[in-house]
Write a protein that binds this ligand. Structure first.
Ligand code: 6R9
Length: 660
């Protein structure tokens, strides 16, 4: 897809429209620089002021930042707060009770509107129901639910009673779910009978049953099931309860549980460079503060906006920019159950048109697949729809190639909407590097500049600053309120992964490479520097997939690498050595299919290798290390030009050259 024009255009600059600048929360670059300066001059004062202005505290904090146990930083630690109170009750008190909080559109396009008053009631009843089952502050609750008002309410209900939620994306397998339940020591699973996507009902409760039957999940007392579908499901008496029964007759108000600012709001598992997913732990107040500020700064949210983030609540984007941020600022948002291609690939544009969405936030992989679809079928091209309600576009999850950026800007935004390319991570809690729509001139493919208060920098392997124009390691030099607090159950891994000694132990290592432009200081993310892949904006560890493959009794050895893919960004390519002789032809095809299905069962369909190549061995150094660098070249279909003299078995490269 990328053509040479793309690269010629990379110096194109798109200034925000004057009208946008005039009304923006942060208006013009001078305002941006002034805020950065304020943060630099009095870092704690900057954050303290914002935390007082933007959050409602039960008990105000007196200490802003505690660095005494760095890198276990604490923010606003003696303050008391409740996140759900800040997302719901505040709007009932300020006259916005009847404002629409959620416009829910189901897979089959049934639309339900829920006001702040109604959502508050739903959350309170849900919270009271959880309490009636004995769920209390500090307990962990796993949420394995589809995109739904109930899914958002489940997260808010946990926050209301001080239970720490761990949302597991509905695409993860029983095995992945079981591992997360065990690691978190959860007391309950909130799920639904099915999820509906693209006209099909897919089981969810059955996967929960399978996970809990695998053993080790003894901490689970209840499974609460939201009824979404129509069919019969398996039922475990005494453990399983319908959500409608749990909430029936519950009081419509629920006094929030006031928790310490640092109380863990949630755990969200994400992939790292080793086999085991990391339970990223976030705090309450600091996380919420950044969710609110970035809604205001990056999304320039206004009372009349119709905001739409297309992420799933199973990912961090769905946490910060669906379940918490938009509610905390009292916005009206669209929550969508379905997929972008059903009933056809014009679904997003049709929905923007029908609901008059004004802010639209999606992933480059979705944009690229919709470009393809629009090229193939004029009828679902964005130009066929009235998208004039849009005023701001956003991108998240992976680098957006300039060509996709330009298409988005022109065809969706009508060349009048700023595009905010937001760089951030599960661990950062919210946006880190992004244009401000009413200030920053945008350059396609660059996430531009750090947000005020975010000390992003580019360093070498020993932590020294690199001059602009040099590619290096992306770090953040000062703690910020919404940063990861620890890895659940594994503080040592937290230190090693994010605050490595090689970099001095106090600066945050993002895990991405980046380069800063010499002229304007703009950042461009060059991709992960560890063994983490990004497939359709989903993070996956190569080691995780390798462990799944070798867990199959046929497999002796496996190495997984990423291969550039025009639609999904990267695709998964696995090199596999079987215990039996190397298969070819139909046998190879058959075994490759079996292994793909195996990985889907072990981790989830999103982790299925697109390509599997079999060899008698893998390219290894004399000390036995697999040379993944060479495998990446082979996966791309390129010839190896590197020195292979340290390779023990160079002949193997020919065998692995081609896909079977
Ligand atoms: C929010 C989210 C994080 C990784 C991150 C990076 C990539 C995200 C990006 C981007 C370039 C952007 N990434 N946004 N790369 N430009 N605007 O996606 O969190 O799932 O934890 O993934 O995604 O590689 O390190 P998460």
């Amino acid at each position: 897809m990328a053509d040479i024009e793309t690269f010629k255009q990379e110096n194109r600059v798109f200034a925000p429209p004057a009208e946008f600048v005039k009304n923006a929360a942060i208006s013009g670059m001078d305002a941006y620089h002034a805020m950065c300066k304020e943060a630099e001059q009095d870092y704690e004062g900057f954050w303290a002021k914002l935390a007082k202005q933007n959050l409602q505290w039960k008990q105000p904090f007196t200490k802003t930042l505690n660095e005494s146990e760095a890198p276990f930083y604490k923010w606003f630690e003696d303050g008391k707060i409740n996140v759900s109170y800040n997302c719901l009750d505040v709007h009932l008190e300020n006259g916005n009770a009847d404002k629409t909080a959620i416009i829910f559109e189901s897979d089959d396009a049934t639309v339900t509107r829920v006001s702040y008053r109604e959502l508050h009631k739903k959350v309170c009843q849900f919270a009271n129901g959880l309490k009636s089952l004995g769920v209390k502050k500090g307990d962990r609750v796993v949420i394995y639910m589809p995109m739904s008002v109930e899914g958002v309410a489940a997260m808010q209900a946990c926050a209301r009673i001080g239970a720490t939620h761990s949302v597991v994306f509905g695409g993860f397998s029983a095995k992945s779910l079981q591992e997360r339940v065990i690691d978190a020591g959860a007391v309950a699973v909130l799920t639904s009978d099915v999820q509906v996507r693209g006209g099909k009902q897919l089981p969810l409760k059955a996967i929960v049953d399978e996970a809990l039957n695998m053993g080790g999940c003894d901490t689970i007392k209840n499974v609460i099931v939201y009824k979404r579908g129509s069919g019969e499901i398996n039922w475990v008496n005494g453990r399983d309860l319908w959500l409608h029964d749990v909430v029936a007759g519950q009081a419509e108000t629920c006094e929030p549980e006031w928790v310490d600012a640092e109380h863990p709001l949630f755990i969200l598992y994400t992939s790292g460079s080793t086999g085991k997913p990391k339970g990223v732990q976030h705090a309450s107040a600091g996380y919420l503060l950044w969710a609110v500020l970035t809604m205001k700064w990056t999304f320039d949210i206004k009372p009349n906006d119709v905001y739409w983030c297309t992420a799933d609540i199973g990912w961090i984007t769905g946490h910060t920019y669906i379940a918490y941020g938009p509610l905390a600022v009292g916005a009206t948002q669209i929550v969508f159950e379905g997929v972008p291609t059903y009933p056809n690939a014009g679904r997003f544009w049709d929905m923007v048109q029908r609901h008059k969405a004004s802010i639209f936030y999606t992933a480059p992989t979705a944009i690229r697949s919709l470009i393809k679809a629009a090229d193939a079928d004029e009828k679902i091209h964005p130009k066929q729809y009235d998208l004039s309600s849009l005023r701001l576009l956003g991108s998240v999850g992976e680098p957006i190639n300039p060509e996709a950026w330009m298409w988005y800007y022109k065809n969706v935004g009508g060349e009048k909407c700023p595009v905010v390319d937001t760089f951030w991570q599960t661990e950062t809690g919210g946006h880190m590097i992004s244009p401000l729509p009413g200030a920053t001139p945008q350059v396609p493919g660059s996430c531009t500049l750090p947000l005020p208060g975010i000390a992003a920098a580019i360093v070498d392997e020993t932590g020294n600053d690199l001059p602009d124009g040099n590619g290096g390691i992306l770090v953040v030099k000062r703690p910020w309120p919404s940063m990861i607090r620890t890895i659940w159950n594994d503080p040592e891994r937290f230190k090693k992964s994010y605050f490595p000694e090689e970099l001095g132990g106090k600066i945050y290592l993002a895990g991405d490479g980046a380069i800063r432009n010499k002229d304007n200081g703009y950042f461009t993310i060059t991709g992960r520097i560890d063994d983490v892949l990004n497939v359709s904006g989903h993070r996956m560890g190569t080691m995780e997939i390798e462990s799944a493959l070798v867990a199959n009794s046929m497999v002796a050895e496996a190495a997984v690498v990423g291969k550039p893919d025009p639609t999904t960004g990267e695709s998964i390519c696995a090199f596999v050595v079987l215990k039996r002789p190397r298969p070819t032809g139909d046998e190879a095809k058959q075994i490759a299919k079996e292994l793909r299905d195996w990985v889907a069962k072990e981790i989830g369909p999103i982790a299925k290798p697109k390509e599997i190549r079999f060899g008698d061995n893998l390219p290894k150094t004399r000390s036995g290390k697999i040379m993944r660098r060479l495998l990446r070249v082979l996966a791309k279909g390129e010839d190896i030009t590197q020195d292979v003299s340290t390779l023990e078995n160079p002949a193997i490269l020919d065998q692995l050259k081609e896909a079977q």
